[in-house]
Design a protein around this ligand. Structure first.
Ligand code: CA
Length: 439
């Protein structure tokens, strides 16, 4: 399940990760491979975890209890009442599982295509189509109220909670106050996130929309069918079934309308798609896809870019950027404004592409026209450094051996690819590294 960190990362690391990702294609691929990269605890967090491990459980709980008393002042200053605070914190113990989650050090190099295969599975498509039928009347109302296509709303539902199936998983679902208090107390780089979200969670309790016992979520506090973190809930959740409560945990109308409300507030352009799979002409200059440089669809057409479906772009003046995570070896896309709106939900290209594609499949659309390079993948940090060193040794100026695939490294890759008779897409893939290593 990818949903656990989605909202959390969107909020804490999303903006920063997004900037990083937009800097270079290679890094984009890295993040695409796993937004979990951002989950690595910092050195300080690791040190705190080690020191905590040396404490006895009772001592750790004692520290947590005294923290709970001291946090009252901050909560009170934010408008939480004594009654809400006491009810929320009563009996809450430190959740060591939550703390352990913050120490995920793995740098995943899973390629976007593996991710897509997993999250846009046949069963998810099937289940989604069933949900479209089952909730057709309410989805119709949601479309009319918020201007967001039903397929996109249902696709996000599928991505975030497998249409609610994960909410029944007691191994994953945790009491939100306990998780957030644990993060606020000892969550390393999640500490300030935990504090802010804990106060937002108490504000939810104060409204009476839900009580603490039913306010369940992921270890990072992502809640309900839509996996909203508390601040997102406070900003965007809506009561759509009219019972006076915003219930994203057990009311499907509330949950789906909340998703649509969030997209609508984020600038969703009604009646438009997220992007197009496109065909690039032979000899295409991949440096045009290096940055987030947008061009109108008419300009892309002039460069020889066409839809794989053969049809014309319906609105030639719309602006789009090129996204081709596997370079010349895989599908390419022109991404429109709504792609970026989906990323407000989770700031990862892979996520937004999966949502868009799942929505298209729910609508009856086909799989991508181009195949992905199965077996190939983006490089991890050490491999990126090896690649840079090899390129430098061969006289292609890749710049500093720092594991960052910037413009200079990509230019060096393209030079090498051109000299070797390959399509110069500048993508730092495993197959390219192996080729270089083979001499
Ligand atoms: Ca409601």
């Amino acid at each position: 399940m990818s949903f656990i960190t989605i909202s959390a990362l969107r909020s804490i690391l999303g903006a920063r990760a997004g900037r990083r990702a937009s800097r270079t294609e290679g890094q984009r691929a890295g993040k695409t491979a796993g937004r979990t990269t951002g989950l690595r605890a910092g050195g300080l967090a690791a040190a705190v975890l080690v020191s905590l491990a040396l404490l006895t459980p009772a001592a750790a709980q004692g520290g947590f209890d005294s923290w709970k008393r001291s946090f009252w002042r901050e909560a009170h200053a934010a408008g939480i009442s004594r009654r809400t605070y006491d009810q929320a914190m009563r009996g809450v113990t430190l959740d060591r599982e939550v703390i352990a989650k913050t120490d995920n050090q793995a740098e995943f190099v899973r390629p976007v295509w593996d991710y897509l295969e997993r999250v846009v599975s046949e069963s998810r498509i099937e289940n989604g189509r069933e949900k479209l039928r089952e909730y057709a009347p309410v989805l119709h109302q949601i479309e009319r109220s918020f201007g967001v296509d039903r397929e996109v709303v249902v696709a996000i539902w599928g991505m975030e909670s497998a249409y609610g199936a994960v909410l029944d998983n007691h191994k994953i679902m945790k009491p939100v106050v306990r998780s957030l208090a644990s993060l606020a107390y000892d969550g390393g780089r999640y500490k300030s996130f935990g504090r802010k979200q804990l106060i937002a969670a108490m504000k939810i309790l104060q409204t009476g929309d839900v009580d603490a016992r039913h306010m369940m979520g992921s270890w990072a506090g992502a809640m309900g069918h839509t996996q909203f973190i508390p601040t997102t809930y406070n900003a965007y959740a809506v009561d759509f079934d009219g019972d006076g409560k915003r219930n994203i945990w057990t009311s499907i109308p509330d949950a789906l309308a909340s998703t649509a409300a969030y997209l609508n507030s984020s600038g969703w352009e009604a009646g438009k798609t997220w992007g197009y799979e496109v065909k690039l002409p032979r000899g295409f200059d991949y440096s045009l896809g290096d940055t987030r440089r947008k061009r109108t669809l008419a300009q892309w057409s002039k460069l020889g870019v066409t839809r794989t479906e053969g049809r014309d772009f319906p609105r030639p003046s719309d602006e789009a950027f090129l996204f081709a995570p596997a370079g010349a070896k895989g599908p390419a896309f022109l991404m429109l404004k709504n792609f970026e709106v989906i990323k407000r939900y989770n700031n990862a290209d892979s996520y937004a592409l999966a949502v868009g594609h799942l929505a298209d499949r729910l609508r009856g659309g086909d799989a991508f026209a181009r195949d992905w390079p199965e077996g190939d993948r983006p490089l991890n940090d050490d491999e990126r450094k090896s690649l840079q060193a090899l390129l430098n040794r061969l006289g292609h100026e890749a710049g500093a051996v720092d594991g960052k695939i910037g413009n200079q490294t990509r230019a060096a890759i393209r030079e090498y690819q051109r000299n070797s008779g390959m399509a110069p897409d500048g993508v730092a893939s495993l197959s390219l590294l192996e080729m270089l290593q083979g001499g």
